[in-house]
Design a protein around this ligand. Sequence first.
Ligand SMILES: Cc1ncc(COP(=O)(O)O)c(C=O)c1O
Length: 488
Amino acid sequence: MKGKDEGLRTGMTEKTLDPVSEAEWAELRGLGHKMLDGIFDHLQGLRTQPVWQAPEAALRTLAAEGVPRQGQGAAAAYESFLRDVLPSSVGNTHPRFWGWVMGSGTPVGMLAEMLASGMNPNVGGFNDAPMVVEELVIRWMAELMGLPEGTSGLLTSGGSMANLVGLAVGRHARAGFDVRAEGMQGGPELRVYCSTETHSWLKKSMELMGMGRASLRSVGVDGSYRMKIAELREAIAADRAAGHRPVCVVGTTGTVNTGATDDLTAIADVCAAEGLWFHVDGAFGALAYWSERLRPALKGMERADSLAFDLHKWGYVPYEIGCVLVRDAEAHKAAFATGASYLTAMERGPVAGGIRFADRGVDLSRGFRALKAWMSLRAYGVDALVALVEQNVEQARYLAERVEASPVLELAAEVPLNLVCFRYRGASDQENKEILMRLQESGVAVPSGTVVGGRFAIRVANTNHRSRREDFDLLVEAVERIGREVVG
Ligand SMILES: Cc1ncc(COP(=O)(O)O)c(C=O)c1O
């Protein structure tokens, strides 16, 4: 496999990218085994590595690389990956990574990704086994989330896309005119409701869907960062009085800032009384519903018309995989199906039953992301995942206790779930930010930052199945030490 023309194989008369001879297959197989060993070594040694390293090697060697007209072979590309790419990731597989809300992935999920990529089906939703696997995962998700049999769904790239799909279905179902045909000019101005703590996916979606942010009403929150229901009712009434048409309320379970969960029962009641679509963003929080212990705080989630969540966050499945569930399967399809002649269902063959998933979202061609979810659930079992979710919540409480016991740290918000926001007491916002950056650069731990109650806070979002209590001890000690250096 050496030589000038490393990319193409000249087997018989035509060219191909596959190995051709027995020797070439054996060589690639050997390299594949080496790659597996390499990535397992990496996963096994994570704890000894810094959480985050700047991409210095990548910037030095890769950033200016020219287009490779001649192939150098897979072995050379792998060497470069090991040297220039692998050492520098944002760090989310590391036991002391708790930034933003990121998933830590699993070795089984990684292996499933390899199998999915090797099989390489286009899971638009043809009449094949990958379609069956995705339908099965959707059915499992609906059951675990308390939604009824017959619930429709779609696996997506992530929470933002899952939420967008749910919102689009809700708008189509409740607009009162044919939004797909006529656009926004087909009827009165539509209104969507959320809280000031709702994640930014919603603003982006409102922009993309042509409603604009002006059609979004952000309702205020109480001291626990939960939507004020009386204010929601008032906003709906005011919009109706002004001739606008309310269509959808977005509740959140597990807000991105503090992990708060709205009063979902109350929002469901408002939606039922007003004839509005009830969408729940449960990007990470919805996974707590799988735990009998944590479920009571999420009561009402099972009344959602649509529910979006990620499996790549608190489901520990490797990126990318989100999921949207839609109670009314017909409404789901009605919002996306196109009926294009070249995609039409036939009585038999690979397109019997249509191209199901293309009719439930934006993408036509789709990867086999269902496989890693199916394999993870089969390999580990839901009970193991629930135990880990509960462990993450207990660890967050432990961290909160450590912060409260510290003479120099203070909590910045309540800790209802798996998120802890705290600050170095008496330090300015800029000083707390400086503490966070020094901590991240030290490689000891990577929380992220946010603004809570108008002030900067260090924010730990724990969806990490590799973290141990001692990791949180290390975090507290590091923040106390760096804080003393910064504040003096
Ligand atoms: C509450 C909430 N909603 C939506 C999202 C967006 O999800 P994704 O990053 O998978 O697009 C996030 C991401 O952290 C989130 O925390």
